[in-house]
Design a protein around this ligand. Sequence first.
Ligand SMILES: *[C@@H]1O[C@H](CO)[C@@H](O)[C@H](O)[C@H]1NC(C)=O
Ligand SMILES: *[C@@H]1O[C@H](CO)[C@@H](O)[C@H](O)[C@H]1NC(C)=O
Ligand SMILES: *[C@@H]1O[C@H](CO)[C@@H](O)[C@H](O)[C@H]1NC(C)=O
Ligand SMILES: *[C@@H]1O[C@H](CO)[C@@H](O)[C@H](O)[C@H]1NC(C)=O
Ligand SMILES: *[C@@H]1O[C@H](CO)[C@@H](O)[C@H](O)[C@H]1NC(C)=O
Ligand SMILES: *[C@@H]1O[C@H](CO)[C@@H](O)[C@H](O)[C@H]1NC(C)=O
Ligand SMILES: *[C@@H]1O[C@H](CO)[C@@H](O)[C@H](O)[C@H]1NC(C)=O
Ligand SMILES: *[C@@H]1O[C@H](CO)[C@@H](O)[C@H](O)[C@H]1NC(C)=O
Ligand SMILES: *[C@@H]1O[C@H](CO)[C@@H](O)[C@H](O)[C@H]1NC(C)=O
Ligand SMILES: *[C@@H]1O[C@H](CO)[C@@H](O)[C@H](O)[C@H]1NC(C)=O
Length: 593
Amino acid sequence: MPLFRPVLSLFYLLPIIFLPSFCSAADPYASYEFRVSYITASPLGVPQKVIAVNGNFPGPPINVTTNYNVAVNVWNDLDENLLMTWSGIQMRRNSWHDGVLGTNCPIPPKWNWTYQFQVKDQIGSFFYFPSINFQKASGGFGPFVINNRDIIPIPFAQPEGDIFIMIGDWFTRDHAALRADLSAGKELGIPDGVLINGKGPYQYNATLVPAGIQYETIRVHPGKTYRLRVHNVGISTSLNFRIQSHNMLLAETEGHYTVMQNYTDFDIHVGQSYSFLVTMDQNASTDYYVVASARFVNESLWQKVTGVAILQYSNSKGPATGPLPDPPNDFYDKERSMNQARSVRQNVSASGARPNPQGSFHYGQINVTQTYLLKSEPLVTINKTTRATFNGISFIPPKTPIRLADQHKVKGAYKLDFPDRPLNRTPRADISIIDAAYKGFIEVIFQNNDSIIHSVHLDGYSFFVVGMGYGDWSEDLRGSYNKWDAITRSTSQVYPGAWTAVLISLDNVGVWNLRAENLDRWYLGQETYLRIVNPEENGKTEMAAPSNVLYCGALQSLQKEQHHGNANSIFKGHSKLFITLLMALLNVAFLHS
Ligand SMILES: *[C@@H]1O[C@H](CO)[C@@H](O)[C@H](O)[C@H]1NC(C)=O
Ligand SMILES: *[C@@H]1O[C@H](CO)[C@@H](O)[C@H](O)[C@H]1NC(C)=O
Ligand SMILES: *[C@@H]1O[C@H](CO)[C@@H](O)[C@H](O)[C@H]1NC(C)=O
Ligand SMILES: *[C@@H]1O[C@H](CO)[C@@H](O)[C@H](O)[C@H]1NC(C)=O
Ligand SMILES: *[C@@H]1O[C@H](CO)[C@@H](O)[C@H](O)[C@H]1NC(C)=O
Ligand SMILES: *[C@@H]1O[C@H](CO)[C@@H](O)[C@H](O)[C@H]1NC(C)=O
Ligand SMILES: *[C@@H]1O[C@H](CO)[C@@H](O)[C@H](O)[C@H]1NC(C)=O
Ligand SMILES: *[C@@H]1O[C@H](CO)[C@@H](O)[C@H](O)[C@H]1NC(C)=O
Ligand SMILES: *[C@@H]1O[C@H](CO)[C@@H](O)[C@H](O)[C@H]1NC(C)=O
Ligand SMILES: *[C@@H]1O[C@H](CO)[C@@H](O)[C@H](O)[C@H]1NC(C)=O
């Protein structure tokens, strides 16, 4: 019996394997067709417009192995522009397919566009989501797994299987209504709930949860160990994740193996991904609750903002009953959550994507070439509109993507003047980015002066999270940095009134988005880009613009109209794909026989 897995249709479950034209021909190739469209769903009992991928919410998993060449042909069946981005996937030398407005022109409605990238030297748990127009608040996200190659051992026994768990805060208003509120300067308010895999809470309490809501059931076998890949795909709420009566053995975060430790509950901030190994070691006298509840909020006001799924053993003797497992009781204890974050450390003797220990890169001994202090403050008003800032600058996405503007010598597309520390001046809105030195080793300190927990995320890279603390950062705090086994990841929390310090080795040429992952803050301008260019442009450190590159802004006139296929030809496309797939499978079977 297979374990839990979203219902999938065959053509995207199995990647197609053939030789690509666009990159390393020696490595396998996996291709996916993603149709992004609206469906009506009622995750919290109220019918609403939801964004589905191939008719599914959440979308289907992308499941590939290190060094695969991946192609995802995205069809925009929405009524507005779309870009898909790949959270945590490093896009080596290839910011052309990163799917954010600074690097890509948006895909217009009724058009399709193929993302092509190699998942070079990466392993672990990631996800994809639509990056513009606040669409992530209506869905469009799904898991993205990169498996180890067979020659690389994983630092634990092979689990029985993978279980994907996508948790996130949710509103019954759709993304268009939410962004209208933000543009009008309104707060979004308390979310209407938390979804687990696109479903509302199990009715654990008839006062709090109405009857008739479809909830997620995770089916498992007693005695087995599963790898739970948990992602916070929500808008802005930090969630505490826990499973009744079960320990969660932390094993990996955003592509790096951790020192394995048991937790009874774990704080997962917006945009973060974790793997936990969970052994089904209970007696199945009942089913068990799986809970994701809002963190650091007034419980009496936020009671409904709790996701509840069911963990069901194959020998279960009955439904889960009684109260949910307790959340951490630390509303006034600022240290517990931060200490838990500090306890996430890299297993420096485990192999990463390559057959060498993860810790063989002695980051603690490298001299920092530049320091950036990025301060976020509470929302400000600029030109009568509500905006969010880093260092007093609220980012305006460029009309022409940055590297495309470089290549076509478009003047004034952006400014390279992002300040490396907060300046005491009036906040402004600008297309201001960071001119970061190729091969530099930089220190970035995020200082959160806002009143909410922030998640900060960098595309194209993993960073070493070397320290966090309350109060204002100062140079003498460098002495407290973890210079040995800091975790490497792409998304870190920054507690309100606190700082988080990260170190980044700038070895990936391109233009990379640095942002507040909190969707509202990001939407209101709390982002910038790192522009990393090899001064000796030799055609090796950065890929050329892809042949299907879209043009917009100052280069709009270069864009050819796209002739849209009708539904019929698309269907034909799928059957063709299906045949290719069968042939590929036969090939694989043949090669392995
Ligand atoms: C992902 O792919 C791996 C390797 O091909 C396979 O073993 C695994 O079962 C797949 N997982 C899912 C959830 O499809
Ligand atoms: C759109 O899809 C078609 C059919 O699969 C494909 O040939 C074409 O390359 C895609 N267009 C772009 C711009 O990627
Ligand atoms: C670290 O990885 C090694 C090598 O795979 C493994 O044997 C060890 O158990 C791991 N240690 C911890 C503390 O997780
Ligand atoms: C259900 O929740 C309400 C509101 O918090 C609470 O008063 C009540 O005791 C709960 N009922 C049960 C059976 O736990
Ligand atoms: C984690 O907890 C399980 C029981 O749920 C136990 O068997 C295991 O030894 C623990 N592992 C560690 C590293 O503490
Ligand atoms: C099953 O485990 C629960 C909780 O640990 C315990 O209260 C209960 O008595 C056990 N039931 C059986 C039949 O062993
Ligand atoms: C939580 O909200 C309730 C209801 O508005 C209020 O009475 C209570 O004082 C709040 N608690 C805290 C700790 O702010
Ligand atoms: C780092 O800087 C120190 C002092 O400037 C210097 O002595 C040392 O050699 C440098 N280390 C490396 C690895 O470059
Ligand atoms: C306000 O808007 C005007 C006109 O769009 C622009 O010229 C000006 O620079 C803006 N001011 C700020 C502070 O961004
Ligand atoms: C923000 O900065 C002000 C001025 O330094 C300080 O008074 C306030 O406590 C800070 N708030 C947070 C949440 O950091």
